[in-house]
Ligand binder design. Structure first.
Ligand code: AMP
Length: 183
């Protein structure tokens, strides 16, 4: 299956992807994790991306899409994937559609996780990631509303919305229940 996860920062996309990918038998590909690996490894890409991660702004589409295209070309992703944190903009979504269409593939589902704002901030502040300061959190929430939320309409015909306020295992079960009929 080819699936993307959409949701505001703190919605639990990474936690869900980690729970779901083995059930679904596809790799979990997180652009946030990939970027942080590049930053930690001080690669040229990491040097370009670092300042965006520090402020909570999005890394430019061209850089991000190129990194994802390379990752999706690896053998383990040829049969399917669970994309966590990509696409986050309409140009990224269009680029992904084109990339998949070139191989006669398409997405099976876009899963949206919804959580009340106050739960989101609480979760982020308890995570202790270096880019989880109150200012970057506010910025990432704003970036989500303006740049990523429009994807919900773009993916309207494959969108599955899951209330993500409860325990992680329950949310994973709900997600699998919605995905199975599409598998
Ligand atoms: P995440 O771990 O998904 O919260 O991502 C952490 C940071 O990585 C974001 O705040 C962005 O700076 C960057 N990032 C992750 N995914 C993307 C993307 N699809 N497009 C642009 N920037 C991204």
């Amino acid at each position: 299956m080819r699936i993307i996860l959409i949701g505001p920062p703190g919605a639990g996309k990474g936690t869900q992807a980690a729970l779901l990918h083995s059930e679904l038998g596809v790799p979990h590909i997180s652009t946030g994790v990939l970027f942080r690996q590049h930053v930690d490894g001080q690669t040229p890409l990491g040097r370009q991306a670092g300042r965006y991660l520090d402020t909570g702004d999005l890394v430019p589409d061209r850089i991000t899409t190129e990194m994802v295209a390379q990752r999706l070309a690896e053998p383990d992703a040829r049969q399917g994937f669970l994309l966590d944190g990509f696409p986050r903009t309409l140009p990224q979504a269009r680029a992904l559609s084109e990339l998949l269409a070139a191989d006669d593939h398409r997405l099976d589902a876009a899963v949206e996780y919804t959580v009340p704002d106050e739960v989101l901030t609480e979760r982020l502040l308890s995570r202790a990631r270096t880019d989880d300061t109150p200012e970057t959190i506010r910025n990432r929430q704003q970036v989500y509303r303006t740049q990523t939320a429009p994807l919900l309409r773009f993916y309207a015909d494959i969108l599955l919305t899951v209330d993500a306020a409860g325990p992680a295992a329950d949310i994973a079960e709900k997600t699998l229940g919605l995905l199975r009929p599409r598998g």
